[in-house]
Write a protein that binds this ligand. Structure first.
Ligand SMILES: NC(=O)c1ccc[n+]([C@@H]2O[C@H](COP(=O)([O-])OP(=O)(O)OC[C@H]3O[C@@H](n4cnc5c(N)ncnc54)[C@H](OP(=O)(O)O)[C@@H]3O)[C@@H](O)[C@H]2O)c1
Length: 224
């Protein structure tokens, strides 16, 4: 079995990489834009006994999909996790077009373009997991995180569109909870281990019958 996970340098992406690489029958393609800057990823690679291949790609760049696809080569993928994500905390009064383009490139365009590039490499029955946020829920929209919420709502639409268009794979929008990573901050409500263990359980139990779902790390449904 082969998985490809973006945003593998730290946080939740790295935690997912180590979990799948710990499974004897899995190989993981770990995508990071600057892998040499991550000692944790280097350690995970050393400890994996050859089960992790590092792919250097900045998912915000237009050619990232091609770079990633060529590294995967002739292998088929059973799991694609579009995890790389960026935060933006500008408020309505000071958001610029550049801020918006930047966050949409990482959080919404990249998952589409990486999926597009890898489409033909996805095994029948493969799972595409888009790491979203509850802040992308239109039903629960509140004050703050304007650009981030918009970008994750766009990502959620991608989940629905892919679920409608790709009949041989299962597509999921997965909210990791509020997690103690660089993005979530030290005051977040759950640890990386709690979130990653929960997400792996949800992904393991997920299949085509529920394609197009919006779930949290504990398996609960989130309203769109
Ligand atoms: N933490 C939370 O509370 C929380 C809540 C809801 C959703 N999420 C989502 O969970 C996912 C993982 O976030 P996290 O909490 O683990 O945050 P994190 O620790 O800040 O990690 C973000 C990851 O995304 C990568 N990344 C960002 N821009 C990239 C780019 N242009 N190309 C390649 N990689 C890029 C980062 O790589 P570098 O090391 O190179 O910067 C890093 O590996 C994100 O999609 C985030 O939106 C997190």
């Amino acid at each position: 079995m082969n998985a490809l996970i973006t945003g593998a340098s730290r946080g939740l992406g790295l935690a997912l990489v180590t979990r799948y690489a710990a499974r004897a029958d899995w190989h993981v393609f770990a995508v990071a834009r600057d892998p040499d800057a991550s000692e944790e990823l280097a350690r995970a690679v050393r400890d994996s006994g050859g089960r992790i291949t590092v792919v250097t790609a900045d998912v915000a760049m237009a050619d990232a999909g091609m770079t990633i696809a060529s590294k995967v080569g002739g292998k088929t993928l059973d799991l694609l996790v579009n995890n790389a994500g960026a935060m933006d905390e500008h408020e309505l009064a000071d958001l610029t077009q550049d801020d918006l383009v930047e966050i949409f490139k990482v959080n919404a365009f990249a998952p589409l373009l990486v999926t597009q590039a890898l489409r033909k490499k996805l095994a029948s029955g493969a799972k595409i997991v888009n790491i979203t946020s509850v802040l992308g829920s239109i039903a629960r929209a509140g004050e703050g995180y304007l650009a981030y919420g918009m970008s994750k709502a766009a990502l959620n639409m991608l989940t629905k569109k892919l679920a409608s268009e790709l009949h041989d794979v299962a597509v999921l929008s997965l909210h990791p909870g509020w997690v103690q990573t660089r993005m979530g901050g030290p005051g977040a409500s759950i640890t990386v281990d709690t979130s990653a263990d929960g997400m792996v359980r949800v992904i393991d139990g997920f299949d085509r019958r529920r394609s197009g779902s919006y779930l949290a790390y504990d398996g609960s449904n989130i309203p769109w």
